[in-house]
Design a protein around this ligand. Sequence first.
Ligand SMILES: [Zn+2]
Ligand SMILES: [Zn+2]
Length: 300
Amino acid sequence: MDLLITVSFIDELWHEQIKFSHGFLRDILQPSFGSYFYWLVLLSAFVYSLEVIFPWRRNQKRIRKDFFLDSFYMFFNMFIIHFLGFKFISSFSEKSFRELLEFVNMGWLLGDRLINLPIILHLLVLFMLRDFIQWWIHRLLHKSDTLWEFHKVHHSVEEMGYAAHLRYHWVETVIYNSLQFIPLGVLGFTLNEYLSVFIISILIGHLNHANIRLPLGPLKYLFNNPQMHIWHHTKGLPKQFEKGCNFGLSLSCWDYLFGTAYIPEDGQENKLGFKGLKDFPKNFLSQILYGFGKKKADRK
Ligand SMILES: [Zn+2]
Ligand SMILES: [Zn+2]
């Protein structure tokens, strides 16, 4: 009996995955306003033109080091991995969590209480909650020696540009999506709402990694920005920030609130990476296999 339930559960999730993958294909073949693929292309072209017209580091080439590698990562992490089964994994964690809550008679937590909020407020709650959860996950990627080995892919960027935003190991997709879909799914957000917030966070993430200066005035205490995020990628930080600083993805307020913000000066020419970067694999395949080895983290 239990086995039958498990099989139908997996079957249901698998069908969801197939539907999701077909949706992605349709997105590419039939461009529309809601076409996520074309949003990514449009936002990337917009932020790249800002880099070309208003470069922060003027001596950095337009086609910077690893430009094509990062562009490939962008499409791999945004599309191919989703196509290969990410939806299956995130639905699995969300649905298992829902079933667990019902099993322990806590199904009342699964209400759609936020659904009554005006849509803008609803999206704002989703945006802030998602970013806060991601902030904690990002901290975890730095604190845990095992996870740091995977997160090194993102920190192996030596010259920053917008596409570096989406250079990360696929294991991060699994961790971020499994952990964030549990609370978000339970609160009753739809996939469309999630995607609209996702597009905004892609724009902010692209800007944070871009070779541009973005003076935000007092808004810098709320939004992450390139002058702040460059310190997150900087090599040789003081001991206090040996395991990272400026963990914010879209918002910077969490770092200011929790004392992890660090912007001692203009970081325009900072050396990026981590100790031992010269021995880190240089190509996509070796990088995505890296992290499964037995190496121990050494960040000093
Ligand atoms: Zn990081
Ligand atoms: Zn980054």
